[in-house]
Write a protein that binds this ligand. Structure first.
Ligand code: NAD
Length: 359
């Protein structure tokens, strides 16, 4: 399956299928006949997929750079090491950088592609569910700074994205659930059909039934591509909807000092908070409570490392980089599949919601 992210001259195809990665070298050789290819991955994926990478090395004459594994390496030092590798190997402006990995590899390699020789073509091959449904599409690239996540980066759209669901076979369950949170999220922001799809297929997707999961990933990627096409640089408010559940999630992650809870796990709790907040302030009509709650009940909520303190969670929301003029924006549901951004919610409603859930 293939469809396009429509961004004028920056449009690109997303090619989705099980085992599509095996066709990647032929597709790239056809699409970039005069280019040299560099691949950035991490040490975990390099080991798991060594024979696949070896076969790519011979068919594409690839030079491979391995970065260490982990969010703690999403740094300017890792970015600089990728640039060193590109410079030492005499890559050129026409060269293509391929990122093979989860969101961390994609973000830092994409940022390196955006900066090397003022920008070279970049291809994403996501290997986590989170990267497939979220980070590989949309062109946000970044590294973290000691004072905050993703503070240094660029918008740099890939030229191709290959989504191969066979990579998920080796993905640990907690990472799978973390990525599933982002897929589940589209059920709240991408229209009634997506809400119904998630409601109907939640269990099958959680059981990793290949065909249903592929459908869910396809629908998620289409939803993200649609938002990105309309709001590439996050200036029109549409892209903000992708942060459904994230205002709460970011403060949870900060509360636990980014340890013991994966991003998507925090997003699952964040979506529960967002729904309860919507219910409290009346954006959700009582006639819709039961349909929403039947979906919420199927959400795979993970255990948290300890009981979070509602007041601290609330104050941590103000350190989020998405806070504008001291106002925290929340995304709350209205009807199944539809959510809105609200910047004028009373602190007492937010704190009461946090107490209701964590109190
Ligand atoms: N650019 C964006 O729009 C965007 C959106 C959402 C998140 N992000 C970023 O994405 C990052 C999180 O991404 P992630 O959840 O993919 O984490 P990750 O990249 O750290 O991957 C999670 C773990 O899974 C391992 N892994 C990856 N693929 C595997 C596979 N197929 N089999 C076995 N293990 C595998 C990785 O080595 C790692 O240990 C964060 O840095 C976040 O800021 C970016």
């Amino acid at each position: 399956m293939e469809f396009t992210v429509n961004l004028g001259s920056k449009s690109y195809p997303i090619i989705i299928d099980r085992s599509i990665a095996s066709r990647m070298p032929d597709i790239l050789k056809t699409d970039f006949p005069k280019s040299r290819f560099a691949l950035v991955t991490n040490c975990t994926i390099a080991k798991l997929y060594a024979s696949m990478i070896d076969s790519w090395k011979s068919s594409l004459n690839l030079a491979v750079h391995e970065m260490p594994d982990g969010e703690q390496y999403k740094t300017i030092d890792t970015w600089e090491a990728i640039l060193d590798f590109l410079i030492r190997n005499k890559f050129e402006r026409s060269s293509v950088l391929i990122a093979l990995g989860g969101g961390v590899v994609g973000d830092v390699a994409g940022f390196a592609a955006s900066a090397f020789l003022r920008g070279i073509p970049f291809v994403q091959i996501p290997t986590t569910l989170l990267a497939m449904v979220d980070s590989s599409v949309g062109g946000k690239t970044a590294v973290d700074h000691p004072l905050g996540k993703n503070l240094i980066g660029a918008f740099w759209q890939p030229k191709r994205v290959f989504v191969d669901t066979a990579f998920l076979d080796t993905l640990p369950q907690n990472e799978f659930i973390s990525g599933y949170a982002e897929l589940f999220k589209y059920g709240f922001i991408s229209g009634r059909a997506m809400f119904d799809f998630v409601k109907r297929n939640n269990d099958a997707m959680l059981n990793r039934e290949p065909d249903v999961l592929l459908q869910g990933i396809l629908k998620s990627v289409e939803a993200k591509a649609d938002v990105v096409s309309q709001d590439e640089f996050e200036t029109k408010g549409l892209r903000a909807l992708l942060n459904y559940g994230h205002t709460f999630a970011h403060s949870l992650e900060r509360f636990y000092n980014f340890s013991g809870v994966l991003h998507g796990e925090a997003v699952l709790w964040g979506m529960k908070c967002a729904y309860n907040l919507g219910k409290r302030i009346g954006t959700v009509a009582s006639s819709d409570y039961s349909i929403f709650e039947s979906v919420m009940a199927s959400m795979p909520l993970p255990a948290l490392p300890g009981k979070p303190d509602p007041e601290s969670l609330y104050s941590m929301m103000f350190t989020d980089k998405k806070v504008e003029s001291g106002k925290v924006r929340f995304i709350v549901p209205t009807t199944p599949g539809v959510s809105i951004v609200k910047g004028d919610i009373d602190s007492s409603d937010v704190i009461a919601t946090l107490k209701e859930i964590f109190g």
